[in-house]
Design a protein. Structure first.
Ligand SMILES: Nc1ncnc2c1ncn2[C@@H]1O[C@H](COP(=O)(O)OP(=O)(O)OP(=O)(O)O)[C@@H](O)[C@H]1O
Ligand SMILES: [Mg+2]
Length: 453
């Protein structure tokens, strides 16, 4: 019988019987690769197989027995906070991130503490047992209750899990595991969906907490079908700049906690270290007296965080000015450039503009608008901001400054780290603010520039 050939996008997992130069699903170029499928095996849906097992009946909500929600604590404070106070029993957590960012390291480090009162099975489809052992010794992890399995066939993984009965199962990664009865290649949308479905049902039925690692594509979103994110209880993104030591763990979805919390880590020879004071870490090496930088205070979850926003404005060498943004939203930056031009009379149409947040952090809060404006203006005028100045505030389309939440908390954080002047919007602060902090309240972008530049 003739072997069938399919094509699979290595970025998003899109499958097609035809080859495309550009993936019709994610638009990436030159990512379709060929794979052969076995002719004799027929595809059967996992859902069909498991239907008979789930013979559930409606029950009264009040009659459902509940135990107190118990959580496994990982001993890594930053991770537990992002999970909402530890991993809930029977939950299904997806950890996504760029290659080499430290996903496997984080999960292996998490095992160390969890093994003390739970049995953990770490399944790796990417590394050999020896490699995992080497990494574990580098990280100083050893526990008799930590089991490792190098396997990619879901059937074997499930049967080994049935025998071992762990409390926590880690699958590294969902892109490498496969169900042999399905025709498509591992990493394809069908395989990812069916494997995740099987794991989800296993987690709920046997009350096993399952962590899965997911790869991301070029755009930074999780590779594979969107349904993967719907299926799991928590989606955590592990991000940061490969070149810098800082890593940030963020919850994009959490059925058991807030999605605003972030965890900050530092990558070292001995694995990931928690960063207890992220503001101080982000500001280390902060240049004073040079034009084009401003300290912003944003609220990440419940914590205020100081970060340095840098801007470089230079004359355009070719026709169209270049604009790049790292760590802030590109469209927001372009909008602020337009506001500066229109409302503050700063002629930027002939200039390239680059904005960067030091330390690889991503600041998505509107409170970063004013610091970004100040950094751009400072670079444009080639004049540094006065020393010890921090700022926050949202900028509206007419150039007005709008109030932001938790202002007092932000001011305290800056004060703690030695800042003595705060440029902020007109808003009520209450009584609880540091006495010797110089608060400069401004109404508009133009007024802010007049005050400091
Ligand atoms: N011997 C070492 N000394 C110091 N740092 C190391 C060492 N080995 C690895 N690292 C760090 O760990 C990172 C790799 O971490 P890890 O393998 O956990 O990433 P990952 O997200 O699981 O990657 P992948 O997607 O390839 O599985 C490297 O980028 C490097 O920063
Ligand atoms: Mg890995």
């Amino acid at each position: 019988m003739k072997q069938k050939t399919h094509f699979l996008c290595s970025d998003c997992g899109y499958e097609s019987p035809k080859w495309f130069g550009k993936c019709p699903s994610c638009g990436a170029w030159n990512t379709m690769s060929e794979f052969k499928i076995k002719p004799e095996v027929a595809t059967r849906s996992v859902l069909q197989n498991t239907k008979s097992l789930n013979n559930s009946k409606p029950v009264r909500m009040n009659e459902i027995e509940t135990e107190n929600e118990t959580r496994f604590e990982s001993g890594i404070g930053e991770l537990d906070r992002v999970l909402g106070g530890g991993a809930v029993h029977g939950s299904f957590v997806l950890v996504g991130g760029e290659p080499g960012i430290g996903k496997s390291t984080l999960l292996l480090q998490m095992c160390q503490e969890m093994c003390k009162n739970a049995r953990v099975l770490y399944v790796s489809g990417e590394e050999s047992l020896r490699q995992i052992r080497l990494r574990a010794s580098r990280l100083g992890i050893s526990s008799p209750e930590l089991y490792v399995l190098a396997e990619t066939d879901m059937e074997n993984i499930i049967s080994e899990t049935d025998i071992l009965q762990p409390d926590i199962l880690i699958i590294d990664s969902i892109q490498t595991v496969y169900r042999s009865e399905l025709q498509s290649a591992p990493g394809g949308t069908t395989q990812i969906k069916e494997c995740a479905m099987l794991l989800m049902q296993y987690a709920k039925r046997h009350s096993v907490t399952i962590f899965i690692v997911g790869h991301v594509n070029k755009e930074g979103t999780l590779a594979g079908p969107k349904i993967l994110e719907h299926m799991v209880d928590c989606v955590l993104y592990f991000e940061g700049e490969q070149t810098g030591p800082f890593r940030c763990l963020r919850a994009a979805k959490n059925r058991f906690g807030s999605t605003n919390e972030i965890g900050v880590f530092e990558m070292s020879d001995h694995g990931l270290l928690e960063v207890q004071n992220p503001s101080a870490a982000m500001l280390s090496g902060h240049p004073t007296g040079s034009p084009g930088n401003c300290i912003a205070c944003v609220i990440e979850g419940t914590r205020p965080l100081l970060a340095e926003v840098q801007a470089l404005v230079a004359k355009t060498a070719f026709g169209v000015p270049r604009r790049t943004a790292a760590g802030v939203d590109y469209n927001r930056m372009v909008l602020l450039l337009a506001i500066l031009e229109k409302r503050a009379g700063m002629f930027l149409s002939n200039s390239d503009a680059y904005v960067n947040v030091v330390g690889g952090m991503r600041l998505d809060e509107p409170a970063v608008d004013l610091p970004m404006v100040l950094a751009i203006a400072s670079s444009f005028r080639d004049k540094p901001l006065p020393e010890g100045v921090m700022s926050f505030g949202e900028v509206g389309l007419t150039g007005e400054l709008r109030a932001v939440s938790c202002a007092a908390q932000r001011i305290w954080e800056g004060y703690r780290l030695g800042f003595h002047t705060c440029i902020m919007p007109e808003q009520d602060l209450g009584d609880n603010i540091p006495k010797d902090m110089n608060i400069v309240k401004v109404k508009s972008v133009a007024e802010a520039l007049k005050m400091v530049l």
